[in-house]
Design a protein around this ligand. Structure first.
Ligand SMILES: [Zn+2]
Length: 259
């Protein structure tokens, strides 16, 4: 289903302030607004104020709003007037990131779908997606970064792009995993062994690490709370019931995403 964009474009009289240059975009940059305003309010505030700061799209839990045409540059990445971020990337702000919660989650979900749609329209792969931080070091998208979920968000965009029939990079997904057919969940004593390792490795290959940064990213062959949490996060972005229990449906989804 195509996401419709509601346009509230900046007036041409303000092009010199907000979007002075023609742009042939090469990237999409993801931001968090660090605010609790709706997409409509973010855009109307941005196009109406006298600051040069600008961005193309704002996404909330209900809709996508556009304020700057995608063939004009916007000032959203802090890398200077000739910076690649500012001059070659489309800025997407995800709303409600200040307080987070369900509204933010829904906004992020819609943004993931919308970014995938932009990639598909342009014939681009996930390698075109950047976070604001990549351009000038700013801690943005702050909520995604503080929750350690950037790789996960990218994986979710890529999965969505794949479901739209878009271009995907299958570079690190060629390994096949001997995923078990049983039910795995947290119980006492913990379930452990080579089959749990396979589940963990498959999750890690899709960036859902049991314990990112820990030894071997937490791949230890034990189905504990951290593995259940990784399963839960994977289930949540792949449309399954997020219960942290590995079973046939999760197995099938993992296999689909790993193809
Ligand atoms: Zn930003």
């Amino acid at each position: 289903m195509t996401i419709k964009v509601k346009k509230n474009l900046v007036s041409e009289a303000k092009y010199s302030l907000k979007c002075p240059n023609h742009m042939d975009a090469e990237y999409i940059t993801i931001h968090n607004t660090a605010n609790d305003a709706s997409a409509a309010n973010e855009i109307s505030y941005m196009i109406g104020n006298t600051s040069s700061t600008s961005f193309h799209f704002a996404v909330d839990d209900k809709e996508v709003r556009q304020g700057i045409p995608t063939n004009r540059n916007a000032w959203h990445t802090g890398d200077g007037k000739n910076g690649t971020g500012n001059r070659k990337s489309i800025g997407v702000e995800i709303c409600y990131s200040k307080s987070g919660g369900a509204k933010y989650k829904a906004a992020e979900k819609l943004a993931i779908k919308f970014v995938a749609q932009l990639l598909k329209e342009r014939g681009w792969g996930i390698n075109r997606v950047r976070k604001h931080q990549d351009w000038n070091g700013k801690y943005c998208p702050h909520r995604i970064l503080s929750e350690g979920r950037w790789d996960e968000v990218k994986a979710a965009i890529e999965a969505e792009l794949k479901s739209l029939g878009g271009k995907t990079s299958s570079s690190k997904k060629k390994t096949s995993y001997a995923l078990p057919s049983g039910i795995y969940k947290v119980k006492s004593p913990m379930m452990k062994g080579a089959s749990v390792t396979q589940i963990q490795k498959a999750l890690a290959a899709l960036y859902f690490y049991p314990d990112k940064g820990a030894k071997n990213n937490g791949i230890d062959g034990v189905y504990g709370p951290k593995t259940a949490n990784a399963v839960k996060r994977f289930q949540s972005v792949s449309g399954l019931t997020a219960d942290g229990i590995y079973g046939p449906k999760t197995k099938a989804k993992l296999e689909e995403f790993l193809k």
